[in-house]
Write a protein that binds this ligand. Structure first.
Ligand SMILES: NC(=O)c1ccc[n+]([C@@H]2O[C@H](COP(=O)([O-])OP(=O)(O)OC[C@H]3O[C@@H](n4cnc5c(N)ncnc54)[C@H](O)[C@@H]3O)[C@@H](O)[C@H]2O)c1
Length: 325
């Protein structure tokens, strides 16, 4: 065994980001244990890894304690899109809070390094643009998004209390909108929604006037940020913003997707959902200075890869439906 080969646990490893992370960790020669309850994750996402002896998948809910031996933990388990995290809000808070307690307890027992996938949602509907890590946020604690936002905020609190109280080696990343292959096709996130609608030739639904901005980071860039943060010296606890500081309006994104797909879809406007932030953009000065990290993949390239993935997925679905008919 090489001296750099580590045993790494990835919770939520069968999800969108988790599966890319597992792939990257296996490619780097690590032993990877993917833990997932498949609430939003899919076995298909990690199917190519199953034949690899360095990879192992375990069905488990992080709300319950887990006893395994690993050197590093990436805690990603949590549904990430409003449709999914609002489906069972109590379970969402439990996943964030009990999941963090269980994974931090495991890290404490093993003296393992532990990474938390936090979110830009901890800033709520921000009154400061772009958001630096010092900004404390503007979260509605009783709204429909609170189960996710407050769950993630509490998880950060737990990470920093374990750091101060038990000298745990922690890394907290605040992730902004990320897109790429293996996003869930029906999770209501703007990039997947637009691509699927454009590929099906359906109207593209824009909530509000389309002038709200988002900053979209391609998944490969984000995973590079995870790896760099985990490898950083122990004093680099975070929180550290990871995302793309280049803002795009939702309307612009829709037009770009239509052009890249070559679709005839029309734009259709609907009312904005409750607590939907109008602008969200990371200040990534910290990530640049400390990790030497910044997104590199242009939106157009990332969108092309993502469109290719969804195109294949929809073709497979059609083929499957034809076989069943
Ligand atoms: N994708 C983004 O833009 C984004 C932005 C900010 C934060 N994040 C965070 O990154 C992480 C991964 O997000 P994603 O986009 O890959 O979402 P995802 O829904 O694809 O992945 C989450 C994974 O966690 C699993 N999971 C959910 N509850 C679980 C539980 N109780 N026990 C075990 N597994 C459980 C799901 O089955 C899924 O595989 C999440 O923690 C999310 O909050 C993602």
């Amino acid at each position: 065994m090489s001296s750099t080969r580590k045993r790494v646990l990835v919770t939520g490893g069968a999800g969108f980001l988790g599966s890319h992370l597992c792939e990257r960790l296996v490619a780097a020669g690590n032993d990877v244990l993917c833990v997932d309850n498949y609430f939003t994750g899919r076995k298909d996402n990690v199917a190519p890894l199953l034949s690899c002896p360095q990879f192992e998948a375990l069905r488990h809910d992080v709300c319950f304690p887990l006893y395994v031996e690993v050197d590093e933990i990436y805690n990603l388990a949590c549904p990430a899109s409003p449709i999914h995290y609002q489906h069972d809000p109590v379970q969402t808070t439990k996943t964030s809070v009990s999941g963090a307690i269980n994974m931090l307890g495991l890290a404490k027992r093993l003296r393992a390094k532990i990474f938390q996938a936090s979110t830009s949602e901890v800033y709520g509907d921000p009154s400061v643009h772009p958001q630096t890590e010092e900004y404390r946020g503007n979260v509605n604690p009783i709204g429909p998004r609170a189960c996710y936002d407050e769950g993630k905020r509490c998880a950060e609190t737990l990470f920093f209390d374990y750091y101060r109280q038990h000298r745990l080696r922690i890394r907290v990343a605040r992730i902004f909108n990320t897109y790429g292959p293996r996003m869930h096709p029906n999770d209501g996130r703007v990039v997947s929604n637009f691509i699927v609608q454009a590929l099906k030739g359906e109207a593209i639904t824009i909530y509000g006037d389309g002038e709200q901005t988002r900053a979209f980071c391609y998944v490969d860039d984000l995973i590079e940020g995870f790896i760099r943060l985990m490898a950083a010296p122990d004093e680099v606890t975070g929180p550290i913003n990871l995302g793309n500081p280049v803002e795009t309006t939702v309307g612009e994104l829709a037009r770009m997707v239509i052009a890249l797909v070559g679709s005839r879809s029309k734009l259709e406007h609907r009312p904005l959902p409750v607590d939907d932030p109008v602008q969200r953009c990371p200040d990534i000065a910290r990530a640049r200075d400390i990790l030497g990290w910044q997104p590199r993949v242009p939106l157009e390239t990332g969108l092309k890869n993502t469109i290719q993935y969804f195109d294949r997925l929809l073709t497979e679905d059609k083929a499957l439906a034809a076989v069943k008919a």
